[in-house]
Design a protein around this ligand. Structure first.
Ligand code: SF4
Length: 325
């Protein structure tokens, strides 16, 4: 088995709102292997992004990491002082955010923003070297006329170009792990294909570990080695991508795959939505959180949370259909 780069154990993240405590992440365990491309999928609001933000300790208030351990390269980042976690963010873990406009400061040139991590982590001698490195980074992420583009402000670039700047920023310190949170959500399909090609090339070239957070199963099939499916703040299935598409085990994963639109020969679009809606995480369902939407629910499903169990080699599911009490 490959070396582990990241391990999450028993992670709980709650948001303390006026309406009540939102139990956004409830006992997540994950292990990411060095050099792999790992997909984290699920519906909007299932906790994918919150889990990944917890890795770099960037949970926005009123959220709080309530319990758990997150080992990055063997060190529990939750026990590190803020000064030490800052040395990891950007330097060891690059984060590509979902919305490039919110990541880029409208008042600074994009070249400066992409080069700032190099300055912060003291990886360059002076600003002259920074500009040289940023121009080279812009070339790597296929930004045309990089020497000119580094001087642009965010509003002067298209959505696809802004996303490339964000990717260049995440790559600037040559991190060991890149977390890409819905990197193609706000771009059209042509740019989406280019960005995915770019991430694939970078991974092949530098052997960087990549965690891809997405709700798009097509992207997972195309890019990832293994995938975890999240539902209502918990991991419900984890397996190699091929195994999950060939033989999904958890009723929610099966529902997700059936909900992918299929265009028939008569040009009809067919899809089968999952009945019901995602639960309110202030008062989540007891037992298995999927039970109100599950056609296979039985008495125990309403009472006890099913553990994530290895049903087949390297294929785990959290479902009472596969686990004996
Ligand atoms: Fe359905 Fe029960 Fe399995 Fe949950 S544990 S997915 S309710 S069968």
């Amino acid at each position: 088995m490959s070396e582990e780069i990241l391990r999450i154990e028993g992670l709980r993240v709650y948001f303390y709102t006026y309406a009540g405590v939102v139990k956004a992440i409830e006992g997540v365990d994950l292990s990411i292997r060095r050099g792999e491309c790992f997909g984290l999928v699920g519906e909007t609001g299932c906790g994918k992004s919150v889990t990944m933000r917890a890795v770099v300790r960037l949970i926005p208030p009123p959220g709080r990491i309530v319990s758990g351990k997150i080992y990055f390269e063997g060190v529990n980042v939750l026990e590190l002082p803020e000064s030490e976690i800052r040395k990891i963010r950007g330097r060891k873990i690059g984060f590509i955010v979902q919305e490039p406009m919110s990541a880029l400061d409208p008042l600074y040139r994009v070249g400066y923003q992409a080069g700032e991590p190099l300055l912060v982590h003291k990886l360059i001698r002076d600003k002259k070297e920074m500009w040289r490195r940023v121009i080279s980074l812009f070339k790597t992420v296929s930004i045309p006329e990089p020497a000119k583009r580094v001087r642009n402000y965010p509003h002067e670039l298209s959505g696809g170009m802004k996303q490339r700047v964000v990717i260049a920023t995440a790559l600037s310190c040559n991190p060991d792990l890149i977390i890409a949170d819905e990197p193609t959500t706000n771009v059209d399909v042509t740019i989406q294909a280019q960005i995915l090609d770019l991430l694939r090339d970078l991974r092949n070239k530098y052997g960087t570990t990549l965690i891809l957070v997405t709700h798009n199963l097509g992207i997972v099939a195309e890019m990832c080695d293994r995938v975890a499916v999240m539902y209502a703040g918990q991991i419900v299935e984890l397996a190699k991508v091929h195994d999950i598409f060939k033989e999904p085990l958890h009723p929610y994963t099966k529902g997700l795959l059936e909900a992918v639109p299929v265009i028939t020969k008569s040009r009809e679009v067919r899809l089968k939505p999952i009945p019901g809606t995602i639960p309110n995480l202030i008062n989540p369902p007891s037992g298995c959180r999927f039970h109100p939407r599950c056609a296979h629910a039985k008495a125990i499903c309403m009472k006890e949370r099913p553990p994530l169990t290895e049903v087949k080699p390297d294929h785990f599911a959290a479902c009472w259909l596969y686990t004996k009490r």
